[in-house]
Design a binder for this molecule. Sequence first.
Ligand code: MN
Length: 253
Amino acid sequence: MIFQRRRGVRIMPIIGISGSILIDQGGIFPGYRRAYVNDDYVQAVIQAGGTPVILPVIGDLDLIREVVATLDGLILSGGHDVTTQLYGEEPRQKLGDTYPERDLFDMKLIEFAMARNIPILGICRGFQILNVYHGGSLYQDLSYADKELLKHVQGTRPELETHEVDLVEDSILFNLLNEKKVRVNSFHHQVVKSLGNSLVKTAVASDGVIEAFEHQSYPWLVGVQFHPEMMHRGHLLSKEIFKSFVTHSHKGK
Ligand code: MN
């Protein structure tokens, strides 16, 4: 239906969404592995005018390079905690589930995408691995920060706006709405400890937690700790993030 409606209107940029593995816990194939992304990423890309493509986790470097060569923009999706060795730490008690093969896949996606200068949007885990890729580090759990932080793991309702963030003037995010304060959702138990090289923070919560950054010189690279894909239907900033990302992903840039 969507393709019929949109066919012939214009060429829509191809947006790759980094995938993950879902392992069946029951049903007729317990233990069966499925390649997937959350549907909200797909819907947010479509609403913004892009063509969504799911990128399954693969290990062959040449194949990853081939996949990235087909893309106009890259979304790094949420999920697992990043393997701590990638930022020089041993795993602590409250580290969540990790998936080292996915870390290597995502790191290569970033490397090959940056070699092509295509727009990159990192969300939650995607934000965290972009930070680690650039040499930054994470607190493995909120409770390991040096002070008590806000409630960053809200209990329910993916689209619900909970804590506020201050947007840094003249950043990509600030310029979308020209507003200094926005309320966002929050589903992360890890936070940035040190920010990676060449990254500039662009949204900060009242407890000092970095909620967004961009790259100081790359054409369009934005990381957000919150989940705009879950809020894109009714949250203006979220909608504008995807719109800006997809617009910059247009061919002929
Ligand atoms: Mn938060």
